[in-house]
Design a protein around this ligand. Structure first.
Ligand code: 5GP
Length: 207
């Protein structure tokens, strides 16, 4: 019997450069019912980033108007000057349709989501060590040395938040990291607390 369930809200955080995006994309490509929320941001697009795919790129005025209209599930002012926020509508719509939704957001945003949605599953993706995080940031080649240093300092603060997450995944080999993520999802889907419809139908059978 197929289990019926509500969509899972998955919050994925981790230092810049650890490959969160790669793991999330691989996961989605294997499961059509997993959707990725696209955040809005005031930061400039990096080379290759596409409007509406990687982010909705906004001016500060546009972003603040969205805040005033209550359009964000959560939003955050990160790295000194840029705003990032999760548009509420898409997430609520997809969850209601029974789809799982991934939010790839920072640690502060993750804590806010956990407060608003206690059933959300918080997953922290990291590299095996801080030195590996630094070399991945440099290897990415998309930022200045100053930006890299700033992101590395942020990474130090972020890993201190791991105890507040439900799961931690070391992204050493991408396929393994994706497999770990799938295992977490499978287990979460089987939680008794998420299987109300299933429990009712089991009890109905044979009457
Ligand atoms: P990047 O500039 O490298 O794309 O993202 C910088 C940080 O902002 C990352 O930690 C990313 O997860 C986080 N971020 C992206 N979108 C959101 C969002 O909607 N809300 C919050 N709180 N953080 C976000």
């Amino acid at each position: 019997m197929k289990q019926q369930r509500e969509g899972l809200l998955l919050v994925v955080s981790g230092p810049a450069g650890v490959g969160k995006g790669t793991v999330d994309q691989a996961l989605m490509s294997r499961n059509s019912k997993i959707k990725m929320s696209v955040s809005a941001t005031t930061r400039a697009p990096r080379p290759g980033e596409i409007e509406g795919v990687h982010y909705f790129f906004k001016s500060e005025e546009e972003f603040k108007a969205m805040v005033d209209n209550g359009e964000f599930l959560e939003y955050m002012h990160v790295f000194g000057s840029n705003y990032y926020g999760t548009p509420r509508f898409f997430v609520e719509e997809q969850l209601a349709m029974g789809h799982d939704v991934i939010l790839e957001i920072d640690v502060q945003g993750a804590m806010k989501v956990k407060q608003a949605f206690p059933n959300a599953v918080l997953i922290f993706i990291t590299a095996p060590s801080m030195s590996e995080i630094k070399s991945r940031l440099i290897g990415r080649g998309t930022e200045s040395m100053e930006q890299i240093e700033r992101r590395f300092a942020t990474a130090f603060e972020e890993v201190k938040m791991i105890p507040h997450y439900d799961y931690v995944i070391v992204n050493d080999v991408v396929d393994m990291a994706v497999h770990r993520m799938e295992s977490i999802l499978e287990a979460e889907r089987c939680r008794v607390s998420r299987s109300k419809d299933l429990l009712e139908s089991i009890q109905d059978t044979g009457r």
